[in-house]
Design a protein around this ligand. Sequence first.
Ligand code: 13P
Length: 262
Amino acid sequence: MREKLLIANWKMNFSVIESSKKSRQLEVLFEDKLQNRMQNKKNKSDVKIIICPNYLSLKSVHDILGGKLYLGVQSITHLSESEGAFTGEISGALVREFAEFAIIGHSERRNMLMETNSEISEKLLFCSKNNIRPILCLGENQETRSNDSHLTYVINQLRNSVSDFKEWGSLIVAYEPVWAIGTGVACEPEDAVQMIRTIRKELKIISGSDLIPVLYGGSVSSSNIGVLIDSGDIDGALIGTSSMNPLEFHEIINICTKMWGK
Ligand code: 13P
């Protein structure tokens, strides 16, 4: 059975104090699930909950949620796997003290910071070297979807990003159509499923594995998560806006654990 994951991407939000406050709220809301995890209880609806705060807040969030929920970062540098003269950069080796996951190739970085597939493939390798599980983001913009070339576009993104990658057991993929991010309008479930099936088929060809989890991201909320995961093809979600409200994030997780537990 494929792993199930629900990931909070807090993006460039929350001061250290605010991040700590949100973390304490999550700690209270997830008390029952935390106990399950700490007692190592396993059941069908087990889901990994991962919080990705900004770098500055990571240690404070770790102080509260470390060992309870999982933590991730929103990027790592492609310049070095460890340390060195790279002013302003943060490496996988540095974040590994607090985080087990890293979002790689988010469209906001691809588009606003001109991050390339070759940099992304470098970052994936540095994740492997530092024992960090990468959450590789893929997704087309509105123009590519209107041209009906989105399937080919995303598969090319995938191929170019994983060209040298080998740690298939660690990989998580997130399909995030750019036009659905932060708009309040998610992809239609059947369109998301079509893309995710296509990605899974390609991953099987490249890696030989059909166990790599593929998530959906883009305007996920408690009102659409049920229809999105209903077909069983989508293994979870990468969530921005709705993850910043602990009550809403908790509600999304409750809906998923109920549906996956059936
Ligand atoms: P929204 O949930 O705000 O659309 O953001 C999605 C996203 O970019 C997660 O990485």
